[in-house]
Design a protein around this ligand. Structure first.
Ligand SMILES: NC(=O)c1ccc[n+]([C@@H]2O[C@H](COP(=O)([O-])OP(=O)(O)OC[C@H]3O[C@@H](n4cnc5c(N)ncnc54)[C@H](OP(=O)(O)O)[C@@H]3O)[C@@H](O)[C@H]2O)c1
Length: 269
């Protein structure tokens, strides 16, 4: 069977981007606990080395830090080169959002968002698949978002980037599954991580019940991958939300669209 190897044989190998914080760090912890040898990618080399040492100390698995800025061509090239080696799992988790709506944002910031959220996901998926299809096994998890299911946040280009990740992952999944390889888009709702603070988005008005824990998101994602799902939406309330987004009339959705990202409004200037 394709996908994540079930046990026996050599230690499975995974490469995780965004591995020092949030969802990527939760993947790294869970995969280390499951016995994976890891390659961990993020920009901050010191933090990366600390995370790798901690995982090796705690779980006794090899963990290799690979510092790279995935919003650059050079960073993507370094990690793509590493992905020529055989890996059982690639997790593309590194991603950012912005705290301004499109007309007020800096075009350079918008380009950086696209390079990290879209271009890097394409480059690394493309780099990982040949050795997976050649071996007839392996999996790629691209961390997308519930936000990608609709243009519900006026002026948010983040949603558009995640719509691309989900559509891309599903499309590529269909093209490689007959070769024993799985590709899955992981679409969480709000997760308690460093993500919103980094973007400067005030989430203080978001009700506590909407927040998910990264470890739970990762548990659900790996379970869905084993089941062969192409899109994973952790937690029943977000499954319900996605059902609503997919089946409600577009006109209704447009009427209720509003920015839920704290202090960002429907501003146009
Ligand atoms: N948190 C949420 O509510 C939420 C909801 C839905 C989807 N997501 C998605 O989940 C993914 C992970 O987000 P998170 O919440 O875990 O974020 P996070 O806590 O902010 O962690 C981001 C990770 O990505 C790394 N990173 C950031 N920019 C990078 C770059 N240019 N090159 C390489 N690595 C980079 C960071 O390390 P360095 O700074 O050292 O590079 C860090 O390890 C993202 O794709 C995000 O869009 C998040």
């Amino acid at each position: 069977m394709g996908g994540v190897p079930e046990s026996a044989g050599a230690r499975p190998r995974a490469l995780v981007t965004g591995a020092t914080a949030g969802i990527g760090a939760a993947f790294a912890r869970r995969l280390a606990a499951d016995g994976y040898a890891l390659v961990l990618v993020a920009r901050d080399g010191e933090r990366l080395a600390g995370s790798a040492a901690e995982l090796t100390g705690r779980y006794g698995v090899p963990a290799d830090p690979l510092p790279a800025d995935l919003s650059t061509d050079d960073g993507c090239a370094v990690v793509s080169e590493r992905l020529r080696e055989p890996f059982d799992l690639l997790v593309n988790s590194a991603g950012i959002s912005l705290n301004r709506s499109f007309v007020r944002s800096d075009p350079e910031d918008e380009a950086r968002l696209l390079r990290l959220n879209v271009h890097a996901v394409m480059r690394l998926t493309r780099a990982a698949l040949p050795s997976m299809t050649a071996r007839g096994r392996g999996a790629v998890i691209n961390v997308s978002s519930v936000a990608g299911f609709g243009a519900l946040m006026p002026g948010s280009t983040y949603s558009a980037s995640k719509a691309w990740v989900t559509n891309f992952s599903e499309s590529v999944a269909l093209s490689v599954r007959s070769q024993g390889v799985r590709v899955m888009a992981l679409c969480p709702g709000y997760v308690r991580t460093e993500f919103h603070d980094r973007a400067g988005i005030d989430m203080s008005k978001t009700p506590p019940w909407l927040w998910l824990q990264a470890d739970d998101v990762v548990r659900d994602a790996l379970r869905d991958l084993q089941k062969g799902k192409l899109i994973s939406v952790p937690d029943w309330k977000y499954k319900l939300a996605v059902f609503g987004l997919r089946h409600s009339p577009a006109g209704l959705l447009r009427r209720v669209a509003g920015d839920t990202r704290g202090r960002i409004g429907r501003d146009v200037a």
